[in-house]
Design a protein around this ligand. Structure first.
Ligand code: HEC
Length: 164
C-alpha cells in the first residue's frame, strides 16, 4: 500500500512537472511570434532620400551670419562626432568606433546636394541621430552652409566671428 502511494505520488509529480513543462512551452510559443514581430519592426528600412527633397535648393544664402549660426549649432550637436573642424574625429565618434568622412575635403560632399545633407541632418542616418525638432529648417540649412564652408578655402569659416 505504501508502495502504491509512493508510485502514485511519483506519477503525480511527473504529471505536474509534465504539465508545467507544457505550459512553459505554450508560453514560449506564444512569445515567439511577438519576438519575431519585434525583430521585423527593427529591421532597418533601406535609406532612401526622396528625390524632391534631394533636389530642393538651399533657401538660406551662405552669408557670414548663416555660417556663424550654423557653426554654433554644429558645435553643440555635431562636433562630438564630426569634429570641431569637421575632420570626422570627434570624441564620441572615437568612442563609438565610427569612421567619419572629412568635411574639410572638397571631394567628400561634392556628389551630395544641399537637400540630401538637409535630409540626413533632419532625419539621421545609420549611427547618426536625427536632429528632429531640435532645429527649425533654417537652422539645418545654416549647418549645411557651415559644413560647405569647411571645404571652401576662399572663404574660411574660421574667420567668421561667432555672434554673441
Ligand atoms: C553619433 C555621431 C554623430 C552625430 C552626433 C552626428 N553625426 Fe553626422 N554622421 C554620422 C555618421 C555615422 C554618418 C554616416 C551615416 C551613414 O552614411 O550611414 C554621418 C553622416 C553625416 C552627413 C552626410 C555626409 C557623410 O559624411 O556621410 C552629414 C552632412 C552629417 N552627418 C552632418 C551632421 C550634422 C550637421 C550633425 C549635427 C546636427 C551630425 N551630423 C551629427 C555620425 C554623427
Amino acid at each position: 500500500m505504501r508502495k502504491t502511494i509512493a508510485i502514485l505520488s511519483i506519477l503525480a509529480l511527473f504529471g505536474i512537472s509534465g504539465g508545467a513543462q507544457q505550459t512553459d512551452k505554450t508560453a514560449q510559443q506564444a512569445a515567439k511570434p511577438a519576438a519575431q514581430a519585434g525583430k521585423a519592426a527593427s529591421t532597418p528600412v533601406p535609406f532612401v532620400i526622396p528625390p524632391e527633397v534631394a533636389k530642393e535648393p538651399n533657401p538660406v544664402k551662405p552669408t557670414a551670419a548663416s555660417i556663424a549660426e550654423g557653426k554654433q549649432m554644429y558645435g553643440y550637436d555635431c562636433a562630438m562626432c564630426h569634429g570641431a573642424n569637421g575632420n570626422g574625429k570627434g570624441d564620441l565618434a572615437a568612442d563609438m568606433k565610427l569612421t567619419l568622412k572629412d568635411f574639410r575635403d572638397a571631394a567628400t560632399l561634392k556628389d551630395m546636394t544641399d537637400g540630401e545633407m538637409f535630409y540626413i541632418i533632419q532625419k539621421g542616418k545609420g549611427d547618426m541621430p536625427s536632429e528632429g525638432d531640435r532645429q527649425k529648417p533654417d537652422g539645418i540649412w545654416n549647418m549645411v552652409n557651415y559644413i560647405r564652408s569647411l571645404s571652401k578655402k576662399a572663404q574660411p569659416a574660421a574667420k567668421v566671428k561667432l555672434a554673441g
